[in-house]
Design a binder for this molecule. Structure first.
Ligand SMILES: NC(=O)c1ccc[n+]([C@@H]2O[C@H](COP(=O)([O-])OP(=O)(O)OC[C@H]3O[C@@H](n4cnc5c(N)ncnc54)[C@H](OP(=O)(O)O)[C@@H]3O)[C@@H](O)[C@H]2O)c1
Length: 324
């Protein structure tokens, strides 16, 4: 039995679907059973628990052989879901998983960068990796670059969200809703792509569906242990992404770059009054000041993954879907 923590998220729900499609028994940790009928329909068992209520985790872990953890507080929908609270929940989850006899723990993580200590989500991933390394469990932390279906929407398009179930960017988080209303269609309407950092910075954009396949595959101990970088099949600059958008949408698309210093300054201002928003801005700062110009074909082979989706493939598939 595999416990998926974060099962109602964009990536987490894909992990549930993928494992269920393989016939693997899955327990999906949810906070609202009534809002998870799509997950129950996959045949997954639902368990109601919350990372912020450590006592609720024990029942969720009973009988689980492995945990796949994707939960995070980047788009919080419940009061009190701060990065620190979720991080404390991860500490409990790791300790209680070991006590419950879980033998394998798979973490959805972000790349290691020199800024990690200053970015709540990255800081929490590093701490969780340390806790896992200090546990007796076999573990794998899949460090992944920006997801195509998330970040290519964040820079100004609805296209990457077409057909996506439980999209992070559709979560009812007020700050995100306002941001999307302002910036969500600048590519589609005006041909303007607003990107974090230099237009020349390269990222190995990974489809969220390939990320889910990677996490599902990482449950097998043969996938190895420790941190593992998994990127998409090509490392593209934002300029190259704009060229792909231009081809797919058949319109001119120009890149407007937002310097990392802008995100750093606004994040500092937001921190005392809106810590969640500050966390999102800090993540943008991290993306703006780091690259993932990776070739991770070996990692994909180690996980037994088939060909990974290119950005152009994802966008063309989306463009062929009906608009809702
Ligand atoms: N997006 C990217 O580009 C990217 C790149 C690399 C790595 N990653 C990592 O990949 C993962 C993305 O996951 P996702 O797309 O599924 O996230 P998501 O769509 O943002 O969903 C967040 C999930 O976390 C759960 N959660 C939050 N607080 C919780 C708590 N206190 N107790 C239990 N569950 C809680 C949410 O539950 P509710 O629905 O109940 O709120 C939801 O299931 C993250 O770990 C992220 O750091 C993302």
């Amino acid at each position: 039995m595999i416990l998926v923590v974060g099962a109602t998220g964009q990536l987490g729900s894909q992990v549930v679907r993928r494992l269920r499609a393989e016939g693997t028994p899955v327990r999906a940790l949810v906070r609202d059973r009534a809002a998870a009928s799509d997950l129950a329909a996959t045949g997954a068992e639902l368990v109601v628990a919350d990372l912020r209520e450590p006592g609720s985790l024990d029942a969720a872990l009973t009988g689980a052989t492995a945990v796949v953890a994707t939960a995070n507080a980047i788009a919080p929908t419940t009061r009190g879901d701060t990065a620190d609270a979720v991080d404390a929940g991860y500490a409990e989850l790791v300790a209680r998983a070991e006590r419950a006899g879980v033998s394998r723990f798979v973490l959805a993580a972000v790349p290691e960068t020199p800024l990690d200590a200053r970015v709540p989500v990255a800081r929490s991933k590093r701490r969780t990796e340390e806790r896992l390394a200090g546990s007796g469990m076999s573990w794998l932390s899949l460090r992944m670059p920006p997801f195509t279906e998330v970040w290519l929407a964040l820079v100004g398009s609805e296209l990457p969200l077409r057909g996506e179930q439980r999209a992070t960017l559709h979560r009812p988080y007020a700050a995100l809703r306002r941001f999307r209303r302002l910036t969500g269609r600048t590519i589609d309407r005006f041909g303007v792509m607003v990107v974090p950092g230099p237009a020349s910075a390269r990222q190995a954009f990974l489809s969220v569906h390939d990320a889910a396949a990677g996490l599902a595959a990482a449950v097998r101990p043969e996938a190895g242990a420790g941190p593992l970088d998994l990127g998409g099949p090509e490392a593209l600059s934002w300029t190259e992404v704009a060229e792909i958008y231009a081809r797919v949408l058949d319109r001119r698309v120009r890149v407007v770059s937002q310097p990392a210093a802008v995100y750093a300054a606004v994040s500092r201002l937001a921190a005392p009054v809106a810590p969640s928003l500050a966390g999102v801005l800090a993540l943008n700062r991290l993306i703006a000041s780091s690259e993932t110009a990776w070739d991770t074909a070996d990692a994909a082979r180690r996980l037994g993954l088939g060909p990974l989706r290119t950005v152009e493939q994802v966008l063309r598939e989306k463009a062929a879907l009906p608009v809702r």
